[in-house]
Write a protein that binds this ligand. Sequence first.
Ligand code: SF4
Length: 220
Amino acid sequence: MNKRNYQKEMEEVLKGLQVDQKGRPKLLLHSCCGPCSSYVMKVLTDFFDLSLFYYNPNIHPQAEYEKRLATQRELCEKMPFTGKLTFLSAPYDPERFFAQTKGLEEEREGGSRCEVCFRLRLEETAKEAQKQGADFFTTTLSVSPYKNAPLLNAIGEEMAKKYQVNYLVADFKKKEGYKQSVQLAKAYDLYRQDYCGCIYSLRQREEEKAAQEAKKDPFL
Ligand code: SF4
């Protein structure tokens, strides 16, 4: 089976879009956080009017959720956009994430809990895209080197069929996308978290940090 080149597929779609004086198509962009969305919005603003959707019930604790949300707003105010930008955040709903990931608490980052987490966020984005009458939807998640782009795109395409909205396939980590998102976050002086988001990824990061510390100090 041929391996798909999502970056190339996205470029083909972008090339075929009608962007003129009368306007541009509307894309609902699921955003996981400000830093990841910086690069993605920079790429997409020349082609779409963007509607940014912050829906992340996975993030723990609530104070962290609020901090990432505030950072997202800060970026939207600081960054220049060619097209229109609107912003929508969903109410914090961690119970939904906990209910759907029950039994997957011990999975490591990148395992089967993440598939459930991607599905939850992409399904809500597709629903919202349908409600808004958007022409496309997609997510910033593939900018991270830790996120599985083929899986994200497979779920996105499944949701596109279910909700009858085009899904923009992407692998935003290509063309140094991740590196550029780090640089942009620095340039806009944004807060950058050091764990993916859920309580389990927070625990994993704390364990990794403790293991690193223990290596440095043999008496710890
Ligand atoms: S590690 Fe990240 S992607 Fe995986 S379940 Fe937790 S928040 Fe979601």
